[in-house]
Design a protein around this ligand. Structure first.
Ligand code: PMP
Length: 366
């Protein structure tokens, strides 16, 4: 029988998300399970967002506002950008795919770091694009090598800042040197999904480099510090021509109504965002200290997750932690260099304490 599926799909694997809590409870008969696997916020949406969702529940029989007009209006003043430079997506994931769809012709090249966010290769390959993956240097993007890799075929450079899975950042100076030299006609995408967590004065805000005449795109999300991962809503800032191209091909109602109202309400919660950032930092240092005590190396992170060298096959550690009701990510999915690493999302103080206790037990057992 003739295969009617596109041959490009043969080289793709489906996205494998962090194991869901419900699966682990069911499979292992556990009552309590802690998920530190998907870099979500360990805290629920802000009360204002929950209230907004509750108030909007009876409107769910109508299609949502296709243009996200009210949200764009609020975001524009929140970010000090024009509404016409905003695009809203069903998670920033959707925007990554749409960007690839509006830019890439078969054979066009896309440059990304390796390891970095695993969705970049997928969105490239479905467009028949070619991925040029540049190894991290000391767990960080090597912007010099990335620049060296740019050629006539390069269409997009993805800069994940902070990088998932390492939590490392590229600095202002590195970004400015890079942007000074990158040729026109190359779209530079700053994926800033973890922007709100960063506490480093050398961290560049991608928006500072954005202008109408440059192909610079900044992506952010409500999935992380705002705690709305389950609502699916993210946004991007791009030139009007990119935004209008994306508008041509996105689904008519790509962002659901409850997500829109929750996002709008969340934008008003600046102090609560600060509080969550502080809690994340405190807990990051709690985990660093515990890893130091255990003699484990880790990559210093600017985000809400940490990559830790557990000095043995991470799949074994994953399985043993799972039996104790703790879900983390194994490093093997990030390449050979990371097989002995686990990636753990920073949880609540209570979750982190339980994770450390379990990790100590797992690592001391044979
Ligand atoms: N970019 C990065 C770097 C991420 O880690 C994630 C989520 N894991 C996303 C984008 C997508 O987030 P969302 O679609 O939930 O906005």
């Amino acid at each position: 029988m003739k295969n009617f599926l596109r041959s490009e799909l043969d080289i793709l694997k489906s996205y494998s998300p962090g194991k869901p809590i419900s699966d682990v409870k069911r499979e292992l008969g556990l009552k309590e399970v802690i998920k530190l696997a998907s870099n979500e916020s360990p805290y629920p949406p802000f009360p204002e967002a929950i209230e907004a969702i509750w108030s909007a529940r009876n409107e769910a029989y109508r299609y949502p506002d296709s243009g996200c007009v009210e949200l764009k209006n609020k975001l524009a003043s929140f970010l000090d950008v024009l509404e016409s430079n905003l695009m809203i997506g069903n998670g920033s994931n959707e925007l990554l795919r749409l960007l690839a769809q509006v830019c890439l012709n078969p054979g066009d090249e896309v440059i990304m770091a390796n390891p970095s966010f695993i969705v970049y290769p997928t969105v490239t390959k479905i467009m028949n694009g070619v991925c040029r993956e540049i190894p991290l240097k000391n767990h960080k993007h090597d912007l010099v090598k990335i620049l060296d890799a740019v050629n006539d075929k390069t269409k997009i450079v993805f800069i994940c800042n902070p990088n998932n899975p390492t939590g490392t950042i590229v600095t202002k100076t590195e970004v400015e040197d890079f942007l000074r030299n990158v040729p026109d006609g190359v779209m530079v995408v700053f994926d800033e999904a973890y922007f709100e967590y960063v506490d480093n004065k050398n961290y560049p805000n991608g928006l500072d480099y954005f202008s109408e005449d440059k192909q610079i795109v900044v992506l952010r999300t409500f999935s992380k510090i705002y705690g709305l991962a389950g609502c699916r809503i993210g946004y991007g800032i791009a030139s009007r021509s990119i935004v209008s191209a994306v508008n041509k091909i996105r689904e008519p109602f790509n962002v659901n109504h409850l997500a829109q109202v929750a996002a709008m309400a969340s934008l008003g919660c600046k102090n609560q965002v600060k509080e969550r950032k502080k809690l994340n930092l405190e807990q990051k240092f709690y985990l660093y200290k515990a890893f130091d005590e255990m003699g484990l190396d880790y990559v210093k992170s600017e985000a809400n997750f940490i990559l830790v060298d557990v000095k043995k096959d991470s799949r074994e550690v994953f399985d043993k932690l799972l039996y104790k009701g703790i879900i983390i990510r194994t490093g093997n999915i990030f390449g050979l260099d990371y097989e002995d690493y686990i990636r753990v999302t920073i949880g609540t103080p209570e979750e982190n304490k339980k994770f450390i206790k379990a990790l100590r037990e797992v690592l001391s057992s044979r």
